[in-house]
Write a protein that binds this ligand. Structure first.
Ligand SMILES: NC(=O)C1=CN([C@@H]2O[C@H](COP(=O)(O)OP(=O)(O)OC[C@H]3O[C@@H](n4cnc5c(N)ncnc54)[C@H](OP(=O)(O)O)[C@@H]3O)[C@@H](O)[C@H]2O)C=CC1
Ligand SMILES: O=C1O[C@H](COP(=O)(O)O)[C@@H](O)[C@H](O)[C@H]1O
Length: 507
Protein backbone atom coordinates (compact mmCIF):
# COMPACT_ATOMS: atom_id res chain seq x y z
CA UNK A 1 0.00 0.00 0.00
CA UNK A 2 1.23 3.50 -0.76
CA UNK A 3 2.89 5.70 1.86
CA UNK A 4 0.30 7.91 3.51
CA UNK A 5 0.06 10.86 5.88
CA UNK A 6 -3.23 10.65 7.78
CA UNK A 7 -4.19 14.20 8.78
CA UNK A 8 -6.85 14.04 11.48
CA UNK A 9 -8.91 17.16 12.22
CA UNK A 10 -10.66 16.65 15.57
CA UNK A 11 -7.93 14.42 17.00
CA UNK A 12 -8.95 15.24 20.58
CA UNK A 13 -12.64 14.49 20.01
CA UNK A 14 -14.97 11.67 20.98
CA UNK A 15 -15.12 9.94 17.61
CA UNK A 16 -11.34 9.86 17.28
CA UNK A 17 -10.98 8.26 20.70
CA UNK A 18 -13.82 5.77 20.49
CA UNK A 19 -13.60 4.70 16.87
CA UNK A 20 -10.71 6.04 14.80
CA UNK A 21 -7.73 5.14 17.03
CA UNK A 22 -9.01 1.63 17.83
CA UNK A 23 -9.63 1.07 14.11
CA UNK A 24 -6.13 2.26 13.18
CA UNK A 25 -4.62 0.09 15.89
CA UNK A 26 -6.44 -3.03 14.66
CA UNK A 27 -5.34 -2.32 11.11
CA UNK A 28 -1.77 -1.89 12.35
CA UNK A 29 -1.83 -5.19 14.26
CA UNK A 30 -3.26 -6.95 11.22
CA UNK A 31 -0.55 -5.34 9.05
CA UNK A 32 -3.12 -3.56 6.96
CA UNK A 33 -1.60 -0.10 7.22
CA UNK A 34 0.90 1.14 4.66
CA UNK A 35 4.54 0.38 5.45
CA UNK A 36 5.15 4.10 5.68
CA UNK A 37 2.26 5.62 7.61
CA UNK A 38 2.08 8.65 9.88
CA UNK A 39 -0.73 10.41 11.68
CA UNK A 40 -0.86 14.12 12.38
CA UNK A 41 -3.51 14.93 14.94
CA UNK A 42 -5.03 18.42 15.01
CA UNK A 43 -7.07 20.38 17.52
CA UNK A 44 -7.08 23.70 19.31
CA UNK A 45 -5.72 22.51 22.61
CA UNK A 46 -1.98 22.61 23.18
CA UNK A 47 -0.54 19.10 23.37
CA UNK A 48 3.00 17.82 22.97
CA UNK A 49 3.54 14.78 20.74
CA UNK A 50 4.19 12.75 23.90
CA UNK A 51 0.93 13.75 25.57
CA UNK A 52 -0.97 13.13 22.36
CA UNK A 53 0.54 9.65 22.07
CA UNK A 54 -0.34 8.96 25.71
CA UNK A 55 -3.94 10.07 25.04
CA UNK A 56 -4.16 7.78 22.04
CA UNK A 57 -2.84 4.89 24.12
CA UNK A 58 -5.40 5.67 26.80
CA UNK A 59 -8.25 5.55 24.32
CA UNK A 60 -7.04 2.20 23.01
CA UNK A 61 -7.04 0.80 26.52
CA UNK A 62 -10.58 2.06 26.98
CA UNK A 63 -12.16 1.38 23.63
CA UNK A 64 -10.22 -1.22 21.67
CA UNK A 65 -11.87 -4.63 21.67
CA UNK A 66 -8.48 -6.07 20.75
CA UNK A 67 -6.01 -6.64 23.62
CA UNK A 68 -3.76 -3.59 23.48
CA UNK A 69 -1.15 -4.92 25.84
CA UNK A 70 1.98 -5.75 23.89
CA UNK A 71 4.24 -2.75 24.73
CA UNK A 72 6.53 -3.21 21.72
CA UNK A 73 3.60 -3.29 19.32
CA UNK A 74 2.03 -0.33 21.09
CA UNK A 75 5.23 1.74 20.93
CA UNK A 76 5.71 1.01 17.27
CA UNK A 77 2.13 2.06 16.64
CA UNK A 78 2.35 5.28 18.68
CA UNK A 79 5.63 6.33 17.07
CA UNK A 80 3.67 7.25 13.96
CA UNK A 81 1.62 9.91 15.83
CA UNK A 82 2.43 13.66 15.89
CA UNK A 83 0.28 16.55 17.05
CA UNK A 84 -0.06 20.10 15.77
CA UNK A 85 -2.24 22.88 17.14
CA UNK A 86 -4.75 24.09 14.57
CA UNK A 87 -7.78 26.30 14.83
CA UNK A 88 -9.84 25.71 11.70
CA UNK A 89 -10.13 29.39 10.87
CA UNK A 90 -6.46 30.39 11.53
CA UNK A 91 -4.63 30.41 8.22
CA UNK A 92 -1.17 30.38 9.75
CA UNK A 93 -1.96 27.04 11.40
CA UNK A 94 -2.41 25.46 7.96
CA UNK A 95 1.00 26.82 6.88
CA UNK A 96 2.54 25.32 9.99
CA UNK A 97 0.82 22.03 9.21
CA UNK A 98 2.07 22.09 5.62
CA UNK A 99 5.59 22.66 6.82
CA UNK A 100 5.34 19.77 9.28
CA UNK A 101 3.96 17.38 6.67
CA UNK A 102 6.56 18.35 4.06
CA UNK A 103 9.34 17.94 6.58
CA UNK A 104 8.10 14.45 7.47
CA UNK A 105 7.66 13.42 3.87
CA UNK A 106 11.19 14.59 3.12
CA UNK A 107 12.69 12.77 6.10
CA UNK A 108 10.89 9.58 5.21
CA UNK A 109 11.52 10.09 1.48
CA UNK A 110 7.93 9.25 0.72
CA UNK A 111 5.51 10.33 -1.97
CA UNK A 112 3.19 13.02 -0.58
CA UNK A 113 -0.07 11.05 -0.38
CA UNK A 114 -2.35 12.80 2.09
CA UNK A 115 -5.61 11.66 3.61
CA UNK A 116 -7.52 14.46 5.36
CA UNK A 117 -9.99 13.04 7.88
CA UNK A 118 -12.60 15.57 9.09
CA UNK A 119 -13.71 14.32 12.51
CA UNK A 120 -15.10 17.71 13.53
CA UNK A 121 -18.52 19.33 13.62
CA UNK A 122 -20.15 19.89 10.20
CA UNK A 123 -19.99 23.66 10.66
CA UNK A 124 -16.23 23.37 9.97
CA UNK A 125 -16.28 21.20 6.84
CA UNK A 126 -16.32 24.07 4.34
CA UNK A 127 -13.75 26.23 6.16
CA UNK A 128 -11.31 23.36 6.41
CA UNK A 129 -11.52 22.28 2.78
CA UNK A 130 -11.21 25.89 1.60
CA UNK A 131 -8.08 26.29 3.72
CA UNK A 132 -6.62 22.99 2.50
CA UNK A 133 -6.96 24.36 -1.02
CA UNK A 134 -5.65 27.82 -0.24
CA UNK A 135 -2.67 26.70 1.85
CA UNK A 136 -1.40 24.30 -0.79
CA UNK A 137 -1.84 21.31 1.53
CA UNK A 138 -3.83 19.61 -1.17
CA UNK A 139 -1.63 20.23 -4.16
CA UNK A 140 0.85 17.45 -3.54
CA UNK A 141 2.46 15.32 -6.21
CA UNK A 142 0.85 12.25 -4.70
CA UNK A 143 -2.85 11.69 -4.17
CA UNK A 144 -5.12 13.56 -1.77
CA UNK A 145 -8.33 12.25 -0.23
CA UNK A 146 -10.99 13.75 1.98
CA UNK A 147 -12.81 11.55 4.50
CA UNK A 148 -15.81 13.37 5.85
CA UNK A 149 -18.11 12.45 8.72
CA UNK A 150 -21.86 12.88 8.91
CA UNK A 151 -24.04 14.84 8.83
CA UNK A 152 -23.78 15.71 5.14
CA UNK A 153 -26.20 18.62 5.10
CA UNK A 154 -29.36 19.36 7.01
CA UNK A 155 -31.72 19.25 4.04
CA UNK A 156 -31.52 19.09 0.25
CA UNK A 157 -30.33 22.65 -0.28
CA UNK A 158 -27.68 22.66 2.46
CA UNK A 159 -26.32 19.31 1.19
CA UNK A 160 -26.06 20.75 -2.32
CA UNK A 161 -24.31 23.86 -1.02
CA UNK A 162 -21.88 21.80 1.03
CA UNK A 163 -21.09 19.56 -1.90
CA UNK A 164 -20.51 22.48 -4.20
CA UNK A 165 -18.05 23.97 -1.75
CA UNK A 166 -16.20 20.72 -1.15
CA UNK A 167 -15.87 20.20 -4.90
CA UNK A 168 -13.80 23.39 -5.14
CA UNK A 169 -11.01 21.57 -3.29
CA UNK A 170 -11.66 17.86 -3.96
CA UNK A 171 -12.99 15.91 -6.93
CA UNK A 172 -15.84 13.44 -6.34
CA UNK A 173 -13.49 10.45 -6.54
CA UNK A 174 -11.35 12.05 -3.82
CA UNK A 175 -14.27 12.44 -1.38
CA UNK A 176 -15.13 9.57 0.98
CA UNK A 177 -18.40 10.31 2.82
CA UNK A 178 -18.59 8.09 5.88
CA UNK A 179 -21.82 6.26 6.61
CA UNK A 180 -20.73 3.81 9.27
CA UNK A 181 -23.58 1.43 8.44
CA UNK A 182 -21.81 0.78 5.15
CA UNK A 183 -18.80 -0.39 7.14
CA UNK A 184 -20.75 -2.99 9.11
CA UNK A 185 -19.56 -6.45 8.08
CA UNK A 186 -23.01 -7.88 7.35
CA UNK A 187 -23.91 -4.87 5.20
CA UNK A 188 -20.69 -5.36 3.25
CA UNK A 189 -21.66 -9.01 2.77
CA UNK A 190 -25.10 -8.33 1.27
CA UNK A 191 -23.54 -7.77 -2.12
CA UNK A 192 -21.36 -10.90 -1.93
CA UNK A 193 -24.22 -13.09 -0.74
CA UNK A 194 -26.50 -11.99 -3.51
CA UNK A 195 -23.87 -12.25 -6.24
CA UNK A 196 -22.49 -15.62 -5.31
CA UNK A 197 -25.56 -17.62 -4.38
CA UNK A 198 -27.80 -18.60 -7.28
CA UNK A 199 -30.56 -19.46 -4.78
CA UNK A 200 -30.68 -15.88 -3.54
CA UNK A 201 -30.17 -14.43 -7.00
CA UNK A 202 -33.17 -16.34 -8.29
CA UNK A 203 -35.43 -15.15 -5.48
CA UNK A 204 -34.31 -11.53 -5.37
CA UNK A 205 -37.37 -9.97 -6.98
CA UNK A 206 -41.08 -9.23 -6.78
CA UNK A 207 -42.11 -12.65 -8.05
CA UNK A 208 -41.12 -14.27 -4.77
CA UNK A 209 -40.79 -11.51 -2.21
CA UNK A 210 -43.92 -10.25 -0.46
CA UNK A 211 -42.36 -7.44 1.56
CA UNK A 212 -39.10 -6.30 3.12
CA UNK A 213 -38.69 -4.91 6.64
CA UNK A 214 -35.63 -2.91 7.63
CA UNK A 215 -35.33 -2.13 11.33
CA UNK A 216 -32.77 -0.25 13.43
CA UNK A 217 -34.02 -0.22 17.00
CA UNK A 218 -31.93 1.37 19.71
CA UNK A 219 -32.21 1.14 23.48
CA UNK A 220 -30.33 4.38 24.09
CA UNK A 221 -32.14 7.70 24.26
CA UNK A 222 -30.82 11.10 23.30
CA UNK A 223 -27.97 10.81 25.86
CA UNK A 224 -25.86 13.99 26.09
CA UNK A 225 -26.49 14.97 22.50
CA UNK A 226 -29.52 17.23 22.92
CA UNK A 227 -27.85 20.15 21.11
CA UNK A 228 -27.42 18.05 18.00
CA UNK A 229 -30.29 15.57 18.16
CA UNK A 230 -33.11 17.95 18.94
CA UNK A 231 -32.46 19.67 15.59
CA UNK A 232 -32.19 16.56 13.49
CA UNK A 233 -34.46 13.84 14.90
CA UNK A 234 -34.64 10.26 13.71
CA UNK A 235 -35.37 11.30 10.14
CA UNK A 236 -32.04 13.09 9.62
CA UNK A 237 -29.96 11.21 12.19
CA UNK A 238 -30.73 7.70 10.93
CA UNK A 239 -33.31 7.53 8.15
CA UNK A 240 -31.93 9.81 5.41
CA UNK A 241 -28.51 8.20 5.61
CA UNK A 242 -28.15 4.81 7.30
CA UNK A 243 -31.62 3.40 6.61
CA UNK A 244 -31.72 4.46 2.96
CA UNK A 245 -28.21 3.08 2.50
CA UNK A 246 -29.40 -0.29 3.82
CA UNK A 247 -32.29 -0.15 1.38
CA UNK A 248 -29.92 0.56 -1.51
CA UNK A 249 -27.40 -2.11 -0.57
CA UNK A 250 -30.17 -4.69 -0.36
CA UNK A 251 -31.95 -3.86 -3.59
CA UNK A 252 -29.16 -3.27 -6.08
CA UNK A 253 -28.54 -6.06 -8.57
CA UNK A 254 -24.83 -6.13 -9.32
CA UNK A 255 -22.79 -7.88 -11.97
CA UNK A 256 -20.04 -10.23 -10.78
CA UNK A 257 -16.76 -8.54 -9.80
CA UNK A 258 -18.53 -5.22 -9.57
CA UNK A 259 -16.52 -2.07 -9.04
CA UNK A 260 -17.27 0.92 -6.87
CA UNK A 261 -18.42 2.62 -10.07
CA UNK A 262 -21.03 -0.15 -10.67
CA UNK A 263 -22.23 0.17 -7.10
CA UNK A 264 -22.50 3.95 -7.35
CA UNK A 265 -24.46 3.64 -10.60
CA UNK A 266 -26.82 0.92 -9.34
CA UNK A 267 -27.54 2.76 -6.10
CA UNK A 268 -28.34 5.88 -8.05
CA UNK A 269 -30.75 3.86 -10.23
CA UNK A 270 -32.53 2.48 -7.16
CA UNK A 271 -32.91 5.93 -5.65
CA UNK A 272 -34.24 7.29 -8.94
CA UNK A 273 -36.84 4.50 -9.00
CA UNK A 274 -38.04 5.16 -5.48
CA UNK A 275 -41.65 6.33 -5.76
CA UNK A 276 -41.73 9.95 -4.71
CA UNK A 277 -43.89 11.11 -1.85
CA UNK A 278 -45.88 14.30 -2.20
CA UNK A 279 -46.05 16.38 0.96
CA UNK A 280 -49.78 15.62 1.25
CA UNK A 281 -49.11 11.84 1.15
CA UNK A 282 -46.53 11.85 3.90
CA UNK A 283 -48.99 11.22 6.71
CA UNK A 284 -50.30 8.05 5.08
CA UNK A 285 -46.80 6.64 4.48
CA UNK A 286 -44.79 7.89 7.44
CA UNK A 287 -45.31 7.42 11.18
CA UNK A 288 -43.58 9.98 13.39
CA UNK A 289 -43.02 9.22 17.06
CA UNK A 290 -41.44 10.54 20.24
CA UNK A 291 -40.68 8.44 23.31
CA UNK A 292 -42.39 9.01 26.59
CA UNK A 293 -41.35 7.56 29.97
CA UNK A 294 -41.18 3.80 30.30
CA UNK A 295 -39.18 0.79 31.40
CA UNK A 296 -36.27 -0.77 29.57
CA UNK A 297 -34.54 -3.90 30.79
CA UNK A 298 -36.18 -3.44 34.19
CA UNK A 299 -35.12 0.20 34.62
CA UNK A 300 -37.42 3.19 34.46
CA UNK A 301 -36.36 5.87 32.03
CA UNK A 302 -37.64 9.37 31.49
CA UNK A 303 -39.46 10.54 28.40
CA UNK A 304 -37.75 12.62 25.70
CA UNK A 305 -39.19 15.88 27.02
CA UNK A 306 -37.60 15.29 30.43
CA UNK A 307 -34.15 14.56 29.01
CA UNK A 308 -31.39 17.08 29.84
CA UNK A 309 -31.44 20.19 27.65
CA UNK A 310 -34.59 19.22 25.76
CA UNK A 311 -37.33 21.85 25.81
CA UNK A 312 -40.59 20.65 27.34
CA UNK A 313 -42.33 21.73 24.12
CA UNK A 314 -40.03 19.92 21.67
CA UNK A 315 -41.80 18.16 18.81
CA UNK A 316 -38.67 16.41 17.67
CA UNK A 317 -39.05 12.88 16.30
CA UNK A 318 -37.21 9.99 17.96
CA UNK A 319 -38.96 7.35 15.85
CA UNK A 320 -39.88 6.98 12.23
CA UNK A 321 -41.55 4.17 10.30
CA UNK A 322 -42.18 4.52 6.58
CA UNK A 323 -43.50 2.54 3.65
CA UNK A 324 -41.53 2.87 0.42
CA UNK A 325 -41.91 1.39 -3.05
CA UNK A 326 -39.31 0.95 -5.76
CA UNK A 327 -40.80 1.25 -9.19
CA UNK A 328 -38.45 -0.91 -11.25
CA UNK A 329 -38.48 -4.30 -12.96
CA UNK A 330 -37.30 -6.20 -9.89
CA UNK A 331 -39.19 -4.56 -7.06
CA UNK A 332 -42.43 -3.13 -8.45
CA UNK A 333 -45.25 -3.97 -6.00
CA UNK A 334 -43.02 -4.99 -3.07
CA UNK A 335 -43.54 -2.74 -0.05
CA UNK A 336 -40.40 -1.83 1.89
CA UNK A 337 -41.13 -0.97 5.52
CA UNK A 338 -38.35 0.91 7.29
CA UNK A 339 -38.28 1.95 10.92
CA UNK A 340 -35.81 3.26 13.43
CA UNK A 341 -36.23 4.61 16.91
CA UNK A 342 -34.57 5.43 20.19
CA UNK A 343 -35.58 3.96 23.57
CA UNK A 344 -37.03 0.86 21.97
CA UNK A 345 -37.40 -2.50 23.65
CA UNK A 346 -34.15 -3.93 22.33
CA UNK A 347 -31.12 -3.09 20.26
CA UNK A 348 -31.53 -4.73 16.90
CA UNK A 349 -30.60 -3.83 13.38
CA UNK A 350 -31.93 -6.36 10.91
CA UNK A 351 -33.44 -6.88 7.51
CA UNK A 352 -36.30 -9.34 7.16
CA UNK A 353 -37.34 -10.59 3.75
CA UNK A 354 -40.79 -12.14 3.78
CA UNK A 355 -41.52 -14.45 0.89
CA UNK A 356 -44.83 -14.88 -0.87
CA UNK A 357 -47.00 -17.86 -0.06
CA UNK A 358 -48.21 -19.36 -3.33
CA UNK A 359 -50.27 -22.06 -1.60
CA UNK A 360 -52.15 -19.52 0.46
CA UNK A 361 -52.77 -17.44 -2.64
CA UNK A 362 -54.19 -20.47 -4.45
CA UNK A 363 -56.71 -20.97 -1.65
CA UNK A 364 -55.22 -24.22 -0.32
CA UNK A 365 -55.92 -24.72 3.36
CA UNK A 366 -52.70 -24.42 5.33
CA UNK A 367 -53.71 -22.39 8.33
CA UNK A 368 -50.56 -23.10 10.27
CA UNK A 369 -48.25 -22.23 7.47
CA UNK A 370 -45.97 -19.29 8.15
CA UNK A 371 -44.20 -17.44 5.39
CA UNK A 372 -40.59 -18.23 4.60
CA UNK A 373 -38.36 -15.53 6.01
CA UNK A 374 -34.77 -14.69 5.28
CA UNK A 375 -33.27 -12.57 8.02
CA UNK A 376 -30.00 -10.63 7.97
CA UNK A 377 -28.97 -9.75 11.51
CA UNK A 378 -26.68 -6.73 11.33
CA UNK A 379 -26.22 -5.77 14.96
CA UNK A 380 -25.65 -6.31 17.83
CA UNK A 381 -25.06 -9.85 16.50
CA UNK A 382 -24.22 -10.74 12.97
CA UNK A 383 -26.05 -13.63 11.42
CA UNK A 384 -28.41 -15.00 8.84
CA UNK A 385 -31.45 -17.11 9.45
CA UNK A 386 -34.04 -18.79 7.33
CA UNK A 387 -37.54 -19.64 8.46
CA UNK A 388 -39.04 -22.69 6.77
CA UNK A 389 -42.09 -24.85 7.43
CA UNK A 390 -41.81 -28.37 8.75
CA UNK A 391 -44.16 -30.98 10.24
CA UNK A 392 -44.72 -31.11 13.96
CA UNK A 393 -45.09 -34.82 14.61
CA UNK A 394 -46.04 -34.28 18.23
CA UNK A 395 -48.95 -32.08 17.32
CA UNK A 396 -51.19 -33.95 14.85
CA UNK A 397 -48.54 -33.59 12.20
CA UNK A 398 -49.42 -29.95 11.66
CA UNK A 399 -47.05 -27.52 10.08
CA UNK A 400 -44.75 -25.51 12.31
CA UNK A 401 -42.00 -23.02 11.59
CA UNK A 402 -38.36 -24.02 11.84
CA UNK A 403 -35.38 -21.70 11.90
CA UNK A 404 -32.02 -22.42 10.38
CA UNK A 405 -29.67 -20.02 12.10
CA UNK A 406 -26.15 -19.03 11.42
CA UNK A 407 -24.42 -16.64 13.78
CA UNK A 408 -21.03 -15.10 13.08
CA UNK A 409 -18.46 -15.53 15.83
CA UNK A 410 -17.76 -12.12 17.39
CA UNK A 411 -14.00 -12.66 17.62
CA UNK A 412 -12.10 -10.64 15.11
CA UNK A 413 -15.13 -9.36 13.26
CA UNK A 414 -13.76 -6.03 12.04
CA UNK A 415 -15.37 -2.87 13.35
CA UNK A 416 -17.17 -0.71 10.81
CA UNK A 417 -14.51 2.02 11.09
CA UNK A 418 -11.75 -0.48 10.52
CA UNK A 419 -13.31 -1.53 7.23
CA UNK A 420 -13.99 2.03 6.16
CA UNK A 421 -10.54 3.43 6.94
CA UNK A 422 -8.93 0.49 5.18
CA UNK A 423 -11.09 1.05 2.07
CA UNK A 424 -10.28 4.77 2.05
CA UNK A 425 -6.54 4.03 2.32
CA UNK A 426 -6.92 1.81 -0.74
CA UNK A 427 -8.90 4.52 -2.53
CA UNK A 428 -11.93 2.21 -2.79
CA UNK A 429 -15.16 4.16 -2.46
CA UNK A 430 -17.55 1.19 -2.86
CA UNK A 431 -18.73 1.42 0.76
CA UNK A 432 -18.95 5.19 1.04
CA UNK A 433 -21.89 7.43 0.24
CA UNK A 434 -21.48 8.93 -3.23
CA UNK A 435 -22.87 12.33 -4.00
CA UNK A 436 -25.54 11.08 -6.44
CA UNK A 437 -27.20 8.92 -3.84
CA UNK A 438 -26.80 11.47 -1.05
CA UNK A 439 -28.53 14.11 -3.17
CA UNK A 440 -31.29 11.67 -4.18
CA UNK A 441 -31.78 10.61 -0.55
CA UNK A 442 -32.25 14.21 0.54
CA UNK A 443 -34.55 14.76 -2.43
CA UNK A 444 -36.71 11.82 -1.33
CA UNK A 445 -36.74 12.89 2.31
CA UNK A 446 -37.38 16.60 1.70
CA UNK A 447 -41.21 16.36 1.46
CA UNK A 448 -41.19 14.55 4.82
CA UNK A 449 -39.10 17.33 6.36
CA UNK A 450 -41.51 19.89 4.91
CA UNK A 451 -44.58 18.01 6.15
CA UNK A 452 -43.04 17.72 9.64
CA UNK A 453 -42.18 21.41 9.61
CA UNK A 454 -45.78 22.30 8.76
CA UNK A 455 -47.08 19.84 11.36
CA UNK A 456 -48.98 17.84 8.78
CA UNK A 457 -47.88 14.57 10.36
CA UNK A 458 -49.08 13.62 13.85
CA UNK A 459 -46.40 13.07 16.46
CA UNK A 460 -47.33 9.84 18.26
CA UNK A 461 -46.09 9.27 21.77
CA UNK A 462 -44.75 5.79 22.53
CA UNK A 463 -43.68 4.36 25.84
CA UNK A 464 -39.94 3.79 26.17
CA UNK A 465 -39.23 0.07 26.09
CA UNK A 466 -41.79 -0.73 23.37
CA UNK A 467 -41.50 -1.10 19.61
CA UNK A 468 -42.76 2.39 18.87
CA UNK A 469 -46.28 3.75 18.40
CA UNK A 470 -49.14 1.38 17.55
CA UNK A 471 -49.60 3.33 14.29
CA UNK A 472 -46.35 1.79 13.08
CA UNK A 473 -48.02 -1.63 13.33
CA UNK A 474 -51.06 -0.30 11.48
CA UNK A 475 -48.82 0.78 8.59
CA UNK A 476 -48.14 -2.91 7.88
CA UNK A 477 -51.49 -4.25 9.05
CA UNK A 478 -53.31 -2.31 6.34
CA UNK A 479 -51.34 -4.37 3.79
CA UNK A 480 -51.94 -7.61 5.70
CA UNK A 481 -48.47 -7.81 7.27
CA UNK A 482 -46.86 -7.30 10.67
CA UNK A 483 -43.36 -6.49 11.93
CA UNK A 484 -41.49 -9.72 12.47
CA UNK A 485 -39.69 -10.51 15.71
CA UNK A 486 -41.25 -7.77 17.81
CA UNK A 487 -42.73 -10.47 19.95
CA UNK A 488 -39.94 -12.65 21.24
CA UNK A 489 -42.22 -15.69 21.45
CA UNK A 490 -42.09 -15.88 17.65
CA UNK A 491 -38.47 -16.84 17.91
CA UNK A 492 -39.20 -19.79 20.16
CA UNK A 493 -39.32 -22.28 17.35
CA UNK A 494 -37.10 -25.17 16.61
CA UNK A 495 -33.61 -24.01 15.77
CA UNK A 496 -31.14 -25.99 13.77
CA UNK A 497 -27.78 -24.58 14.71
CA UNK A 498 -25.53 -23.64 11.84
CA UNK A 499 -21.81 -24.04 12.09
CA UNK A 500 -20.18 -21.19 13.95
CA UNK A 501 -16.91 -20.22 12.43
CA UNK A 502 -14.29 -17.61 13.14
CA UNK A 503 -14.01 -14.66 10.82
CA UNK A 504 -10.70 -14.64 8.99
CA UNK A 505 -9.07 -11.32 8.34
CA UNK A 506 -6.07 -12.57 6.44
CA UNK A 507 -7.15 -11.33 3.00
N1 LIG B 1 -18.93 10.81 18.36
C1 LIG B 1 -19.57 9.94 17.60
O1 LIG B 1 -19.89 8.81 18.01
C2 LIG B 1 -19.90 10.26 16.19
C3 LIG B 1 -19.53 11.45 15.62
N2 LIG B 1 -19.79 11.70 14.31
C4 LIG B 1 -19.35 12.95 13.68
O2 LIG B 1 -17.96 13.12 13.86
C5 LIG B 1 -17.63 14.48 13.98
C6 LIG B 1 -16.88 14.69 15.29
O3 LIG B 1 -17.69 14.33 16.35
P1 LIG B 1 -17.14 14.17 17.85
O4 LIG B 1 -15.78 13.60 17.86
O5 LIG B 1 -18.21 13.49 18.58
O6 LIG B 1 -17.06 15.69 18.32
P2 LIG B 1 -16.32 16.28 19.61
O7 LIG B 1 -17.06 17.51 19.99
O8 LIG B 1 -16.06 15.25 20.63
O9 LIG B 1 -14.90 16.71 19.03
C7 LIG B 1 -14.76 17.81 18.18
C8 LIG B 1 -13.32 17.95 17.77
O10 LIG B 1 -13.23 19.13 16.98
C9 LIG B 1 -12.17 19.93 17.46
N3 LIG B 1 -12.51 21.33 17.27
C10 LIG B 1 -13.60 21.99 17.74
N4 LIG B 1 -13.55 23.28 17.35
C11 LIG B 1 -12.42 23.43 16.62
C12 LIG B 1 -11.83 24.53 15.96
N5 LIG B 1 -12.38 25.73 15.94
N6 LIG B 1 -10.66 24.33 15.32
C13 LIG B 1 -10.08 23.10 15.33
N7 LIG B 1 -10.60 22.01 15.92
C14 LIG B 1 -11.76 22.18 16.57
C15 LIG B 1 -12.06 19.58 18.95
O11 LIG B 1 -10.73 19.78 19.39
P3 LIG B 1 -10.29 20.99 20.35
O12 LIG B 1 -11.36 21.14 21.36
O13 LIG B 1 -8.97 20.55 20.88
O14 LIG B 1 -10.17 22.12 19.43
C16 LIG B 1 -12.34 18.09 18.93
O15 LIG B 1 -11.17 17.37 18.62
C17 LIG B 1 -18.96 15.23 13.89
O16 LIG B 1 -19.16 15.59 12.55
C18 LIG B 1 -19.99 14.19 14.29
O17 LIG B 1 -21.24 14.45 13.71
C19 LIG B 1 -20.41 10.77 13.54
C20 LIG B 1 -20.83 9.58 14.02
C21 LIG B 1 -20.65 9.23 15.41
O1 LIG C 1 -25.10 7.58 13.36
C1 LIG C 1 -25.69 7.25 14.36
O2 LIG C 1 -25.75 5.95 14.68
C2 LIG C 1 -26.00 5.52 16.00
C3 LIG C 1 -26.42 4.05 15.89
O3 LIG C 1 -25.37 3.32 15.36
P1 LIG C 1 -25.21 1.78 15.67
O4 LIG C 1 -23.98 1.40 14.94
O5 LIG C 1 -25.09 1.65 17.17
O6 LIG C 1 -26.44 1.11 15.19
C4 LIG C 1 -27.07 6.34 16.66
O7 LIG C 1 -27.14 6.02 18.03
C5 LIG C 1 -26.74 7.80 16.55
O8 LIG C 1 -27.81 8.57 17.07
C6 LIG C 1 -26.51 8.18 15.11
O9 LIG C 1 -25.98 9.51 15.06
Amino acid sequence: MEATTFVLFGATGDLAKRKIYPALYNLFVDQKLPQSFSVIGLGRRELSDKTFQANVEQSLLMFSRREAKDPVLMNNFLRAFRYSVLDVSRKEDYQKLLHLIEQQEEEQRTVPNRMFYLSVGPEFFETITANILESGLGSANGWKRLVIEKPFGHDLQSARDLNENLSKAFKEDEIFRVDHYLGKPMVQKLEVLQQNNPVLQALWNNRYIANVQITANEIVGVEERAGYYDHVGAIRDMFQNHMLQLLMMLTIHLPNNSTSENIRFKKKQVMESLEKLQKEDVKSHVIRGQYGPGTIEGKTVVGYLSEPNIAATSRNDTFIAAKLQIDNYFWRGVPFYIRTGKRMKDKSTRIVIEFKEPLKQSGANHDNKTPNLLVFEISPHEGISLQLNTRDHLNKGELKPMHIDFRESRDHVPEAYENLISHALHGDSAFFAHWDEVELSWQWVQPILDAYEENQVPLHLYAAGTYGPAESDDLLAQDGYHWWFDDKSEQEVETIKGEHYAYHTND
